[in-house]
Ligand binder design. Structure first.
Ligand SMILES: Cc1ncc(COP(=O)(O)O)c(C=O)c1O
Length: 412
């Protein structure tokens, strides 16, 4: 009689959904309704965006916050504001969402991929150093899954080589490095409020910075190249309309009030899982530690070790978990440099191949490939909002797979 659901056994969870997403209530309805009735839906007649920018910046211990209509446009704004220009090289990891790299491409700059650390899946400072050239202008630190990158090492490197440091904190609201909230630890940092994110208004993004000039350039970039003190139809830079509407601003104000409680809940649940995984061979959580003091858990990231499962690949394990009713996910399975846009060299232009960039076909970053294809398993933030009973089921499913691994060898 098979035990595992993938081989016909009884699943751990049947008809028992994890918490739904997004979470909303009267507060969102009230603020949206008032905003609709006010007729002030967008710039310059807006109420919520400036207030949210101040509050979100203060929460992350930053001086300035500038909203954008997506995390991607916010990344473009941040890179542009710190001075990234066409032809400049920007070093970034390839274990990330495409937007980290496309923001660089869309500015006409050149993404240069460095490898990640084996244990954290974050940029490896030594690898970054090996890719420096006279054209390198900036480094992008991606706080993957909501856990902070080693900002001490990257800041030190950027100071030594006079490079700009931009944080892609799109997944890391409220995360900390050595008790300091991420976002303004470098020259600028970016968060996303797209619908899957831990804090959402459907779409949206924000840049945080402590530098007034950088903040002003961000505002200019998001506001059609205008300068605050100049007439409306004078445009001084190549910006666009990347502003967020005040309907999103209303949602963000309401969602932001919910955030601390949700942030705490995900972390409490992570502690339960951390404890359990210390007894389940083959799965190692990438968790909070001494320096990454607070993790935001956009996803709970596990390193899977196939050696302890007789070579069974991670995709089979994920399939087995899903059959048990656990929403496990393989995460990024293609290093960004292997995405068709990079292999084809068709940057920014439809169909036309531009060969002045580097040849991405020859790149091989071993730790990145390993994270994508062998080790990375994600458990989503919505699951992390469950109760103790939900976490018990998650643990039970992993233990069940551990104990009955031999069945996986024979299932198709
Ligand atoms: C790491 C990372 N960077 C950038 C983005 C881009 O954000 P958005 O989808 O809001 O443009 C996302 C999310 O989608 C992301 O996960």
């Amino acid at each position: 009689m098979p035990e595992l659901a993938i081989s016909g056994g009884e699943p751990v969870r049947v008809d028992k959904p994890f918490p739904s997403w997004p979470v909303w209530g009267e507060e969102e309805i009230d603020l949206i309704t008032k905003t609709v009735k006010s007729g002030n839906w967008g710039y310059p007649k807006w109420e919520h965006i400036p207030e949210f920018e101040r509050n979100f910046a203060a929460y992350h211990e930053a001086k300035y916050g500038i909203c954008f209509n997506s995390g991607t446009s916010a990344l473009m704004g941040a890179l542009w504001a710190v001075g990234v220009s066409p032809g400049d090289e920007v070093i970034l990891p390839a274990y990330t969402f495409i937007a980290t790299a496309s923001a660089v491409l869309l500015l006409g700059a050149v993404p240069v991929f460095a490898d990640i650390e084996e244990t954290t899946f974050h940029l490896d400072t030594k690898s970054v150093e090996s890719f420096l050239t006279p054209k390198t202008k900036a480094v992008m630190a991606v706080h993957i899954g909501g856990r902070s990158t080693d900002m001490t090492a990257l800041k030190d490197l950027c100071t030594r080589y006079e490079l700009k440091l931009v944080e892609d904190a799109a997944q890391a609201w409220g995360a900390e490095w050595e008790h300091n909230r991420v976002g303004a630890l470098g020259d600028a940092g970016v968060f996303s409020f797209q619908s899957s994110k831990n804090m959402t208004s459907g779409e949206g993004g924000i840049v945080l910075t402590n530098d007034r000039k950088t903040a002003e350039f961000c505002m200019t970039y998001a506001n059609c190249g205008r300068l605050e003190d100049k007439p409306k139809y004078e445009h001084y830079y190549s910006g666009g309309n990347f502003r967020l509407s005040d309907l999103n601003g209303a949602l963000l104000m309401a969602q932001f009030k919910r955030y601390p409680e949700m942030h705490r809940k995900r972390r409490d649940n992570a502690k339960i899982l951390d404890g359990a995984f210390s007894d389940i061979e083959g799965f190692e959580p990438i968790s909070e530690d001494e320096q990454a003091t607070i993790h935001a858990y956009h996803f709970y990231l596990l390193r899977y070790n196939s050696d302890s499962f007789d070579g069974i690949d991670k995709f089979k394990i994920i399939e087995a978990l899903q059959k048990e009713g656990i929403p496990a996910h393989p995460g990024y399975t293609i290093p960004i440099y292997k995405q068709p846009v990079f292999l084809n060299g068709a940057f920014g232009s439809r169909g036309k191949v531009i060969d002045k960039y580097m040849d991405y076909n020859s790149i091989y970053l071993p730790e990145t490939e390993c994270a994508c294809n062998e080790e990375g398993i994600w458990l989503p933030q919505t699951m992390m909002l469950g109760d103790q009973d939900d976490m018990n089921d998650v643990v039970e499913a992993f233990k069940k797979i551990r104990m009955n691994a031999s069945e996986l060898k024979t299932s198709d």
